[in-house]
Design a protein around this ligand. Structure first.
Ligand SMILES: [Zn+2]
Length: 98
């Protein structure tokens, strides 16, 4: 039986919100973003990851681990966005003073 290798070479981007870095098909995130994720969450991904799995074939445990990682990432990104918005607001307020 021959199997298409297409799934293995499909370019994909990092799963971190809005990160556009290209990653290998068997990686969830780019290295800098992956390192930001707390170790227990990363360990859960590795524990349940199976090579060649897809969204349709992955286990419920993997899906749950993925959900935890993505929830954590979205929260961190939302905090960073809010901080950037406050900084921009402050800069806009100070501008007329100069
Ligand atoms: Zn990334």
């Amino acid at each position: 039986m021959t199997r298409s290798a297409a799934a293995d070479v499909t370019p994909r981007t990092c799963a971190w919100p809005r990160c556009q870095v290209a990653v290998r098909a068997d990686r969830l995130m780019c290295v800098p973003d992956w390192r930001r994720v707390p170790k227990p969450l990363r360990d859960a991904i590795w524990e349940h990851y199976r090579h060649g799995q897809t969204a349709l074939t992955c286990t419920p445990e993997y899906r749950e681990a993925l959900r935890a990682v993505m929830t954590w990432a979205r929260e961190r990104q939302a905090e960073a966005d809010a901080q950037a918005a406050r900084a921009a607001e402050l800069a806009a307020l100070q501008e007329p003073l100069w």
